[in-house]
Design a protein around this ligand. Sequence first.
Ligand code: FAD
Length: 306
Amino acid sequence: MAATGGRVRFNEPMRLHTTFHIGGPAEIWAEPANRQELRQLLELAREAELKVTVVGGGANLLVGDDGIPGLVVHLGSAGFQGYERRDGGILAGAGLPLEWLIRRCRQEALSGAEFLAGVPGRVGGAVRMNAGTHDDEGRVHSFSDLVRSITLMDLSGQVQSLSRDQIPFAYRRSGLEGGIVLEAALGLVPDDPDAIEERVKRLWAFKRRTQDWSAPSVGCIFKNPANAQAAGWLIDRAGLKGHRVGGAMISPTHANFIMNVGDAKAADVFALIEEVRGRVRKLFQVELDLEVQVLPNPDGVRHRGA
Ligand SMILES: Cc1cc2nc3c(=O)[nH]c(=O)nc-3n(C[C@H](O)[C@H](O)[C@H](O)COP(=O)(O)OP(=O)(O)OC[C@H]3O[C@@H](n4cnc5c(N)ncnc54)[C@H](O)[C@@H]3O)c2cc1C
């Protein structure tokens, strides 16, 4: 495929591209260098009637053992990792890792992105998931708090800009399922770099204390239900901490984390998820919804039957 200057691989194991270290092969894995190449890839996929899936840092993905059919696009090349000051904030490429975003903001003496400390992934994934967290003082933060506008490419290669109020952000959702985020304009406020650094360190320490980083995971598996206790609380009370199926285990420290403690298959994780759901349903009459994105997703971005 000439369109990507050679950054195309066939049957690429997705376990190499997910923080879970789980997942069968992507039929075609492509890392376009820039928008032009991305547009060409989408055109080729359209002609070949291939399903298109976009992935970022893979920090919220559960990829099935049979892998992902069609084209998997990863915006990880330098052409999608741009960063520039814009209107007092910054314009960040979708492929920019959140860790770099935090570092660049500190260098530019801009505050607001510190809450992303300890949230793995990239800007595009954070927009799409509306990544968020609460801090060590109990304040809730979401990526949508930062977004002023985004640039989106649809599957026909058309690019449009959406302002913050045109994006239906909600808890862990953005309503952007049909498009590819290219960049995001973020609103930030000036602050002292040392004070920013201090907050980042404190939040990192808080994450390390409250989450489980002992083995590969995707962070929280389930969303917190709207009208019930947090998912982790429910799973803990159901007595499931440490419960294991194959190589997948409910974290003994954070019950909403499933850890890959030994070459887990996606099938192990799915089985564990169903057990958790069943126990929580039976004990608390609460239906747990997944936060992790399952691929291939029958409702995801696709050409065929779209
Ligand atoms: C240890 C650990 C801790 C975590 N803690 C948190 C936390 O505190 N808060 C939180 O919210 N999350 C947390 N997560 C989950 C994860 O960090 C976030 O969901 C993050 O936003 C995922 O970004 P990503 O780039 O890795 O996206 P991916 O996992 O690659 O993709 C996630 C979704 O976004 C889509 N997507 C990716 N890039 C684009 C793009 N450019 N355009 C359109 N769609 C795209 C994908 O198709 C997929 O549906 C944690 C994960 C781990 C492993």
